[in-house]
Design a binder for this molecule. Structure first.
Ligand code: UDP
Length: 379
């Protein structure tokens, strides 16, 4: 029998933050992780080319939340990093989010000011006051031509659904720029951890009150786990309930098949991420990791991302049908005493990293009536 005050299933953002918070108030915490490493999908490592790569896709931290920013800075140094994405459209590499350059290149125009850009957009977009789905959200933002060239097929490749089959929120994630701003995010803080995410998680989980048990599937040892005060589960919610509401329709998840290769050249592409929004290839994007933090190496590592329906669940698929199924599981989850469902998979929600940090900190605050996160007292 494994004894601890707090049991946490999963060593990703939500699990690590809760473990650290409870450890700081003197609780003994056991973290049970199925994989052979901590850090969830943020896990990164130094590869054979001497490049820090992320095993499960690039993770770009960005937030406007002071409390979250303060929290992550207590566990790692960070360097300012503004993420940029280019998209390959008609043989050109264009900025995403779409900005003045994107419009001028696609339409052969010479827009040069924010006023002109707004005017052009108003004439060329389709207005939806309350977009009902991802298609309306995208048409409302960028108009039909750019929707077709940059969003429609990419979304189908990413989700195996066309934008009209997804919630508006999915396509609303991407802003539209009225100027030349090429940053992917607009948040105040945009940064990467010096030393990488795995080191950040090592620091968060490094408290002596925390034990991490890797390569252990919670469901294999569930019966041995008793006598805890609270259990936090961060895995897929349907699995916790043995898929009982999924007899007809399953909760859908998307996974990614990462195909990594070494290329014997200094740089493979001009930017860390190049999206391929067209039909001509079936991957969604190519990541060249050495661009992050301007790493130096003779050769380069590139990773093509193929989104699939098989494999580890990474993304919940936000639409009405999945939400309905999720709601059934949520009723069961809410009825459990001392068991809490936290994070992207357990809440079936497409959270960004900073939201995951925030939700875990907030949950701790609510449960322990603590308005401020718990940190090591200065000695
Ligand atoms: N998207 C698109 N074309 C792009 C980039 C994104 O159509 O070049 C759509 C797609 O549906 C995607 C969504 O916008 O799932 C959100 O993109 P984001 O970059 O936030 O996805 P993530 O980085 O979380 O995979």
């Amino acid at each position: 029998m494994r004894k601890a005050d707090i049991i946490i299933i999963g060593a990703g953002i939500s699990g690590a933050v809760l473990a650290q918070q409870y450890a700081e108030i003197g609780k003994k915490v056991l973290v049970i992780e199925k994989r052979n490493h901590i850090a969830g999908n943020c896990y990164d490592y130094m590869d054979g080319n001497g490049i820090l790569v992320s095993k499960y896709g690039a993770h770009l931290f960005h937030t406007n939340d002071e409390q979250v920013w303060d929290y992550v800075n207590r566990h790692s140094k960070w360097y300012h990093w503004e993420h940029k994405v280019l998209a390959k459209v008609d043989e050109s590499l264009l900025p995403i989010p779409v900005n003045i350059t994107t419009v001028n290149t696609i339409f052969g125009l010479t827009i040069s000011s924010e006023i002109e850009m707004k005017k052009w957009l108003d004439q060329n977009r389709e207005t939806y006051l309350n977009p009902a789905n991802g298609k309306e959200a995208a048409l409302n933002k960028v108009g039909a031509v750019r929707y077709e060239k940059m969003f429609r097929h990419y979304t189908k490749k990413q989700w195996d659904k066309y934008p009209e089959e997804l919630d508006a929120s999915v396509l609303d994630r991407i802003p539209v720029r009225m100027n030349y701003d090429v940053r992917y995010f607009s948040d105040t803080y945009q940064a990467l951890p010096v030393g990488g995410y795995t080191q950040l998680f090592e620091a968060i989980l490094g408290h002596p009150n925390i034990e991490v048990q890797l390569e252990t599937d919670f469901f294999d040892i569930k019966d041995e786990i008793t006598g805890y005060e609270k259990l936090f589960y961060t895995g897929p919610i349907d699995r916790f309930f043995e898929f009982k509401h999924s007899l007809e329709d399953k909760l859908e998840y998307r996974s990614i098949n990462f195909v990594s290769e070494t290329v014997d050249t200094e740089y493979f592409q001009e930017n860390s991420v190049v999206n391929y929004p067209g039909n001509e290839v079936d991957f969604t994007r190519i990541i060249e990791y050495k661009h992050f933090g301007n790493q130096k190496s003779e050769r380069t590592t590139v990773v093509k991302e193929y989104t699939t329906g098989e494999g580890d669940p990474y993304y919940p698929v936000p639409n009405a049908k999945n939400q309905q199924i999720y709601e059934k599981y949520k009723v069961d989850a809410d009825a459990l005493i001392d068991v809490y469902f936290v994070g992207r998979l357990a809440n079936y929600k497409y959270f960004n990293m900073d939201q995951a940090f925030k939700n875990a900190l907030d949950l701790f605050g609510i449960l322990e009536s603590s308005p401020e996160p718990a940190f090591k007292k200065a000695v």
